[in-house]
Structure formats: structure tokens, C-alpha cells
Design a protein around this ligand. Structure first.
Ligand SMILES: Cc1cc2nc3c(=O)[nH]c(=O)nc-3n(C[C@H](O)[C@H](O)[C@H](O)COP(=O)(O)OP(=O)(O)OC[C@H]3O[C@@H](n4cnc5c(N)ncnc54)[C@H](O)[C@@H]3O)c2cc1C
Length: 461
């Protein structure tokens, strides 16, 4: 099995240790879902609500939450990897606006699910704050707010905060200002996975662990298990494998894995929190180009993440990539610079995992009625909430309802395939260098590194 070892994540340690048996013989069902992350589990949950008569089976290569869903930053946000402009270009201005409203509503819907089902996952809908620590950051934040304003969104969507107001919420070093959006919650992703698994089981969904699909064919899949090869027949097959998709023969160039890494401190003492603030547990980032993200956890740690890892040749995903000491060190440095009061805290956990990216960085939900094959994903770093809405879209497409969710602009969006190697490796790694170079230039010059960033956005938006 390629996915044998868990990374030592904070979330893994404080959530259930699932141990679903592998499938032991051929089986037929109505819907076979491949992957038990947020996408697969939410699809099963939405489907059992809109089409309760369907027999649903989930095949998981490891155990539920093994992938990005069990390892992420716990930002349940209304963000998407594609901008409103990019959505509008692919559909229409009104569709882009509808998409943003649907994402906003998704945060409330997930909150309601958590409340109604008493899922204890540290959920706090405190919104999200993105701070500026140099003038280039500030102009980028202002441009972002103007972007939303062009689509008619006001302060209820995103607002600019002065340095003083921003620092009173979260006292990051050298804050010059920030944006705030209420459409985000912080949560413990592993415990949400536990809640979804429990809900699936109580709805009669069959989950098999240690069952890795190697081939998807018309109305059937073949899977490897510790006891050999098994066939599962299904009228509909849902591929919910995100950063691991490239290992499935028929899907090799559809989604590439890019690694993101995280660390967590020990619980911080009261005097540290008194100096930082962060009382509403807003999720936090700053406006640098190299993405960083953080949350104050329910047990008062800082969980801090960032990108910056190279793309691996051949879209490889291996457990040895779950740790990257260089990137972890850069993340720790960034955390210490932003929050000097965290310098003395012991870093108790370091981990990482692959997120999934399509060639046009656009999230897609597709369903081919003739072949019965459905796909979802390419959430990049914004899949915690988007997977709920993608799963709802897909459940309604499969159940053939005419709900408005089936008309969202990501429906039937097919991204182009990634280039063959070595061009894929060369192109992606060249692009991944740009944010770091641009950040260094911006620190020096104090204004956005426009030319470099425009070049990067040509390929990533
Ligand atoms: C470190 C990190 C931090 C992140 N932070 C955030 C964040 O704060 N907020 C946010 O919105 N998003 C974040 N993301 C992204 C987010 O976690 C993902 O977009 C989301 O979890 C994707 O869910 P998924 O179910 O589609 O994929 P995954 O969770 O990756 O699930 C795919 C599942 O499919 C299984 N699988 C793969 N191949 C096969 C196969 N052949 N057969 C059977 N099973 C298979 C895997 O084992 C896995 O369990 C982060 C990602 C990472 C890695």
C-alpha cells in the first residue's frame, strides 16, 4: 500500500482511530464512492438524504480522513481557488455572484449540521482576518476589496480594518491594516471527519478501508486489498481522490498533488494570549504571496501552515513527503516573526499532505449520465467548505433533481489535462518559485511585484 503511514498531525492524535475492514469479495451497489475524505463522506451524506433508496459504498485506500481532510488548517471558509473574475469569465457575472453566495451559505449549513448532529469539533464561526505587514500587502488587500465591490459585495462580505482595529483583534507584528470577512469558521478537521463517518454509518453507508481502487471502468471499479483484487459494480461511480488522483491510471494528468505543511505549538499560557489577543478565534493569514494560514485551536495552540514545497516528479505522492524540514523551518520562522510571543513555545507537531490542483486551478464537479462517472475536486487549499457544496451539487446531479445548486458555474467544468513530464515538473516548479521571489522584492521595494505576479496569475487563475 502506498499510503501506509499517518503523518504525526495534531488532529490525528485527538480524533478517532478508524479501522474499517477491507472489502473481501466482489460486490454490486448503486453508488460507489472512491475516497473517504470530506468530498466522499459529504457526497454519501447528501445522497442518502436526496436519494435514500440508493445503496452507497465507499472504498478508501487507507482510513477515513487519511488525506488532506484529516490534515488541513481547519479553515472552513467561503473562499475558492478561482477569483470572481475567473468564474465570471467561465460563466457569467451573475453566476460568479451566485457562487459566492452559495459558498457563504455553505459555512452556515456546515455549522447547522455540526450543531444538529452534536459534532464536537471545536467549531467557532469567528470569521477570517488577513493582515498587511508591509505596504505591498496593503495595496493587495485594497485591490481584493475593490474586486469584491465590483461584484456588488459590501462590508458584509469583506471589509478593510485599520491597523489599530486589526491589532486589537489579532496582534500580529507590524500590522499596517487588514481585511476581515465573517464567512469563515475554525474547526478541528479530524473530529469533523469522525462526525461525518458516524452520520454515514447511521444512514446505512458501507465504508471499506485498506481498499485501493486501481482502475475505473464503465460501471465498475477494480480495487487492491491485502487479500487480492476485488470488483465493485455500480450504476454511478464518484471519484473523490483529490491529491491522490494521479495514481489512478485513467486520471493521471487530471489533478496534480501539491504539498502544504503545518505545525502546532503546545497550548500557550494566558499571558501569551493576552499579548496576541485572537479572542474570537478568527482564522488568520497575511497578504504575502507565499500562502500561510493559521488558527488558534480550541485548546489554545497556534496551528500554522504554509506552502513552498516543490512539486514532485510524476505527480508522486509518498509518505516520506509528509515531512519537509526546510519548509517546516520556514513556517516556524514566519510564525515567530508574526507572533514573537510564540518563540518560547514548544512545537509539538509537524505534518503535511497533498492538496489537489487542476491545470486551470478551477474547482470542478462533473457527472456523465451515460457512463455513470462523476468527479469532483481541485479545491487547491480551500476544500474544507467547498467539498460540502461540491458534494451537494453532485448528489443532486446524480439524483436528477432540478435544484439551483446543480446550476452553479463549477458544474460540468472540465479542466484541461496537465502537460506530460518533464514539462509538468519544469513548469510547476518554475511557477512555485515566483511567490518567494515576489515576497522578497516586495519587502525591499514596498510595492507589489506586479509583473511577476501577473505572469503567475496567467497560469493559476
Ligand atoms: C496541509 C493542508 C492544509 C490545508 N488547509 C486547508 C484549510 O485550512 N482550509 C481549506 O479549506 N482547505 C485546506 N486544505 C485543503 C483541503 O484539506 C482539501 O481540499 C480537502 O480536504 C479535500 O478533501 P477530499 O475529500 O477531496 O480529498 P482528501 O481528503 O485528500 O481525500 C481523498 C481520499 O481518497 C483516498 N484515496 C486516494 N486514492 C484512492 C484510491 N485509488 N482508492 C481508494 N481511496 C483513495 C485517500 O486515502 C483519501 O482519504 C489543506 C490541505 C492540506 C494538505
Amino acid at each position: 500500500m502506498p499510503f501506509s503511514a499517518w503523518p504525526s498531525s495534531l488532529w490525528e492524535e485527538t480524533s478517532l482511530d478508524h479501522n474499517f475492514n477491507h472489502i473481501t469479495s466482489d460486490l454490486d451497489c448503486d453508488v460507489c464512492i472512491i475516497g473517504a475524505g470530506f468530498s466522499g463522506l459529504w457526497t454519501a451524506i447528501h445522497l442518502s438524504s436526496v436519494a435514500p433508496e440508493k445503496k452507497i459504498v465507499i472504498l478508501e485506500a487507507a482510513q477515513p480522513g487519511f488525506g488532506a481532510s484529516g490534515r488541513n488548517g481547519g479553515w472552513c471558509s467561503a473562499f475558492l481557488p478561482m477569483s470572481l473574475d475567473s468564474i465570471a469569465k467561465n460563466s457569467s457575472r451573475n453566476s460568479a455572484i451566485a457562487m459566492q453566495f452559495a459558498m457563504n451559505q455553505t459555512i452556515s449549513d456546515i455549522g447547522l449540521f455540526i450543531k444538529n448532529n452534536q459534532v464536537n469539533c471545536g467549531w467557532v464561526a469567528g470569521g477570517t482576518l488577513q493582515s498587511a505587514t508591509n505596504p505591498a500587502h496593503l495595496s493587495r488587500l485594497q485591490a481584493n476589496v475593490s474586486h469584491y465591490r465590483q461584484y456588488g459585495f459590501g462590508d458584509e462580505q469583506i471589509s478593510l480594518l485599520s491597523a489599530e482595529v486589526a491589532s486589537r483583534r489579532i496582534n500580529a507584528c507590524n500590522t499596517l491594516g487588514a481585511t476581515y470577512s465573517p464567512h469563515c469558521a475554525a474547526l478541528h478537521p479530524g473530529q469533523l471527519i469522525d462526525g461525518l463517518v458516524k452520520h454515514c454509518i447511521s444512514n446505512g453507508v458501507l465504508i471499506f478501508g485498506n481498499t485501493r481502487v486501481t482502475s475505473i471502468e464503465s460501471r465498475q471499479v477494480f480495487a487492491e486489498t491485502p487479500d487480492g483484487r476485488v470488483r465493485v459494480g455500480a450504476a454511478q461511480i464518484v471519484r473523490a481522490t483529490e491529491g491522490y488522483t494521479s495514481a489512478i491510471k485513467q486520471s493521471h494528468r487530471e489533478i496534480v498533488p501539491l504539498y502544504s505543511y503545518m505545525l502546532a505549538t503546545e497550548p500557550l499560557p494566558d499571558h501569551v494570549w493576552e499579548s496576541i489577543g485572537w479572542e474570537q478565534r478568527e482564522t488568520f493569514a497575511d497578504a504575502r504571496n507565499m500562502i500561510i494560514y493559521a488558527q488558534r485551536t480550541a485548546d489554545n495552540r497556534i496551528a500554522f501552515g504554509g506552502r513552498g514545497a516543490p512539486y514532485r516528479f510524476g505527480s508522486a505522492v509518498k509518505s516520506k513527503f509528509d515531512q519537509d524540514s526546510d519548509v517546516h523551518q520556514k513556517i516556524a520562522l514566519t510564525m515567530h516573526k508574526l507572533f514573537p510571543a510564540s518563540k518560547d513555545a514548544i512545537i509539538t507537531h509537524r505534518w503535511g499532505g497533498p492538496l489537489g490542483v487542476a491545470r486551470d486551478w478551477f474547482t470542478g464537479v462533473t457527472f456523465d449520465r451515460d457512463s455513470g462517472l462523476a468527479t469532483m475536486g481541485s479545491y487547491v487549499g480551500d476544500g474544507v467548505a467547498a467539498s460540502y457544496l461540491a458534494a451537494k451539487t453532485l448528489a443532486h446531479l446524480i439524483a436528477e433533481t432540478s435544484e439551483p445548486v446543480t446550476r452553479l458555474p463549477w458544474t460540468q467544468h472540465v479542466s484541461p489535462k496537465w502537460e506530460r513530464e518533464p514539462f509538468r515538473w519544469m513548469g510547476i516548479n518554475a511557477l512555485l518559485k515566483i511567490p518567494e521571489i515576489a515576497d522578497a522584492r516586495e519587502m525591499r521595494a514596498g510595492r507589489p511585484s506586479s509583473l511577476l505576479l501577473r505572469f503567475m496569475r496567467k497560469f493559476t487563475k
